[in-house]
Design a protein around this ligand. Sequence first.
Ligand SMILES: [Zn+2]
Length: 250
Amino acid sequence: MNDSIEAETLGTSAAGALLGGAAGALWGAPRLGAAAGAVHGWMAGRRRVYERNRRGAAAFLLDHTWALPTTIASTVTLTVSEWRRRVGGVDPGFVDSLSRRSNRFVFRRGLVLRRGFALTVGTVVTGAGGADGEITERREQLVTRHEDVHVWQARLLGPLYPILYASWFIGGVLVAVAQRVTRPTNTALSDEIDRYAYYRNPFEWHAYTCDDNWPPPFTDAHGVWSKRFPLREWIPPMFRESSENRVGRR
Ligand SMILES: [Zn+2]
């Protein structure tokens, strides 16, 4: 580690601890907030994750205050993958080119909910390499244009994001099951659940639209929202560094 990384790591862990502690105090958990903020800040500094501009500063500030609950979940994910790497010898494959100065941590492998799909928890994207662990051009675009949108959704909506996402998901499952009971069809129940809980979920609709991937491939276009999500620019102008709202950084 050279001096500049050490200075950055020291700075981000101290700032993370202070901000996390202050935000945690409002939730009645100052120690948890400070500890998660320190660990998350330390890992972010070591990996040089945050951009050194207004958008990076806004991302850091939001992640360690308003979005502290999802950042705590990110910290658990990062700690588990670090522990598995050091103790179990299982390398999650940190992707420096998609993480450094990109305001997110990207891993080739790690936790996924279904094969081939990446998963974003707060600032952490796992399974970016897909089923074979390869970062192809398409997988790279999935990270910069779809998963990155989830990172910002969580950052901007803070504690509301996991509640809203999970509520929609549960509601979607209930609607799919209720439809199955009242109007039996030949479609598999899992496809119906996918349609209502996942593809019609506004957060997914938004992310697929930003990835120019709506309607998603392999779905029945009549079973999902017919139009693209109306909002394309999701980072508020005050945090934006360029007019085209660029994501990703080589
Ligand atoms: Zn998604």
